[in-house]
Design a protein around this ligand. Structure first.
Ligand code: NAD
Length: 515
């Protein structure tokens, strides 16, 4: 890539403005108090100023969402609520290219992955619309004659959604589409690094609300950094805080929400590994690993960070992965270019973290087999393009146990499956995992309770790229939350257990006699 291939910032700003206009964001924002900016990692430059919120304007947003909840939304029948999400899905389909362009401009994702992220939003709309007719409670047999025992599910209230830069729209939609059909209203604080995608999503949702006659305040957007997020953390009217981001953020947020007896749902950092058994199909291993480790420039929570390979095939796997990485070298650059496979890091901090991790790994005896260099540094001083790196490690040292949010893949060798599982589980995080094997018994052991301790456990595919039908989330330092499909909707509702006496007598449970 030469730098003439990088689009200039003015052209990117124009492209963003056009996409925003089509999504119904004519003016960037009413003045609410704080000066913010939208920036692109493609050139590292500022696109244009954007008005950010303050803690006070965030509080007003919660007031409006709370009012919409109590006055209208919680009593709107769930299938009617589903119509709003259905209409949003139609608008997302219509504006798929606009939203994907904004994701690329702001997060630096290659265009095909940006389109995939928007598709994920469309998919969750479909799922949530179906869900709007399936918020089932159970009926249990009562031990008392003439009684019925059942559960009903009710909306919680205002859901505060805090999201990370790397999935600027999909994670919002997982939360918001499900919360809305569950009868909650939403206040969204996106990453301060991705305000434009948020404005576009909010614009489309407001259009959908107008089209179906839903109250506009079912969704409020508040822009800004952690200070604005903290306003949601502290507000007792935010019944559920769903926060996606680093483990450090989760540690700051969780005790504060718990102290006010609020609920939280955390989707935090990962340190994902794949175990490669001697029987593995190595073609699958190489393809699956390169996409999972180098895709999205290593900036997915599910990115593959550790390859734990049986000693009999470790050299061959390392050699083949390195060969595949060498082919990436000419495909690092402008994420809008069709041929690009690796876009920029989000910013300088990620690059510093990657450099530091590589240095620490080498100090621990690791050998950098390929990658690690910064590209076109002189010509694009504020943009951070890097060659994805593979490092052969003699042991799982401290740096390997940490999440470095950049494309660094550590290769470790093992001799028995027990050792592989111990290495695999020997990190603080517990998000996504995989085993590559042709041995069914081995796969089952990895899937069993004594196997992987992660929330996502795959066989013969990589760690990233989950579908929305399953519940998404992880254990340990990943925070324990579950979002998206399966029965994740239950996190957005409260359960009431009802006993109805239609018998005319008043027998007490457990045979108790009184009066
Ligand atoms: P980050 O923690 O820096 O920020 C995430 C969000 O939290 C931002 O909106 C930020 O403004 C807000 N925030 C930070 N501190 C806060 C506080 N004290 N109170 C309230 N809000 C606060 O994360 P990031 O750099 O944007 O994203 C990368 C991280 O997110 C990685 O660790 C990645 O693994 C993780 N992530 C996890 C998932 C998942 O589903 N498990 C998904 C995407 C990203």
């Amino acid at each position: 890539m030469d730098t003439s291939a990088l689009p200039d910032t003015e052209r990117l700003a124009e492209r963003a403005r056009d996409a925003l206009g089509r999504c119904g964001v004519e003016r960037l924002r009413e003045p609410v108090g704080a000066a913010g900016v939208a920036r692109t990692p493609i050139t590292g430059q500022i696109l244009f100023p954007v008005e950010f919120d303050t803690a006070a304007s965030a509080e007003r947003a919660v007031t409006a969402a709370h009012e919409a909840f109590t006055s209208q939304w919680r009593d709107t029948p769930a299938p009617v609520r589903g119509r709003l999400v259905h209409r949003l899905g139609e608008l997302l389909r219509e504006h798929k290219a606009d939203l994907a362009a904004l994701v690329t401009v702001e997060a630096g994702k290659i265009h095909s992955e940006a389109l995939g992220e928007v598709q994920e939003m469309i998919d969750i709309c479909d799922l949530a619309v179906g869900l709007s007719r399936q918020l089932y409670g159970r009926t249990m047999p009562s031990e008392r004659p003439g009684h019925r025992l059942m559960e009903t599910w009710h909306p919680l209230g205002v859901v505060g959604v805090i999201t990370a830069f790397n999935f600027p729209v999909a994670v919002w939609s997982w939360n918001t589409c499900v919360a809305l059909v569950c009868g909650d209203t939403v206040v969204w604080k996106p990453s301060e690094l991705t305000p434009l995608t948020a404005l576009a999503c909010h614009g489309l949702l407001m259009r959908a609300a107008e089209d179906v006659g839903a109250p506009a305040d079912v969704h409020r957007l508040v822009l800004g950094d952690r200070e604005v997020g903290e306003a949601l953390v502290e507000d007792g009217r935010v019944a559920l805080l769903s926060a996606t981001g680093s483990t450090a953020m989760g540690r700051a947020v969780a005790p504060r929400v718990a102290a006010r007896m609020g609920r939280y749902l955390l989707e935090l950092g990962g340190n994902n590994a794949a175990v490669v058994a001697p029987s593995a199909d190595l073609d699958l291993v190489v393809r699956g690993s390169v996409f999972a480790a180098a895709g999205t420039a290593g900036q997915r929570c599910t990115s593959l960070r550790r390859l734990i390979v049986h000693e009999d095939v470790a050299d061959e796997v390392a050699r083949r992965v390195v060969d595949a990485y060498k082919q990436l070298r000419d495909r690092i650059g402008d994420p809008f270019e069709e041929s690009t496979l690796v876009g920029p890091l989000i910013g300088e901090r990620s690059h510093t973290a990657m450099r530091a991790a590589l240095e620490r790994a080498q100090a621990d005896g690791g050998e950098v087999l390929v990658g690690g260099a910064r590209r076109w540094e002189e010509a694009a001083a504020d943009a951070y393009y890097v060659e994805p790196a593979v490092v052969r490690m003699p042991a799982q040292t401290e740096v390997v146990r940490e999440e470095t949010f950049a494309p660094v893949l550590y290769v470790l060798a093992y001799s028995t499956l027990e050792e592989a599982v111990e290495l695999h589980n020997g990190v603080p995080q517990g998000l996504s995992s995989a085993i590559f094997t042709q041995d069914q018994a081995e796969a089952e052991r990895f899937l069993s309770a004594a196997g992987s301790d992660c929330g996502i456990v795959n066989v013969n595919i990589g760690t990233s790229g989950a579908e929305i039908g399953g519940a998404f989330g992880g254990e340990k330092d990943t925070g324990g939350g579950r979002e998206s499909g399966s029965d994740s909707w239950k996190a957005y509702m409260r359960r009431a257990t009802n006993t109805v006496n239609y018998g005319g007598e008043l027998p007490l449970a457990q045979g108790v006699r009184f009066l």
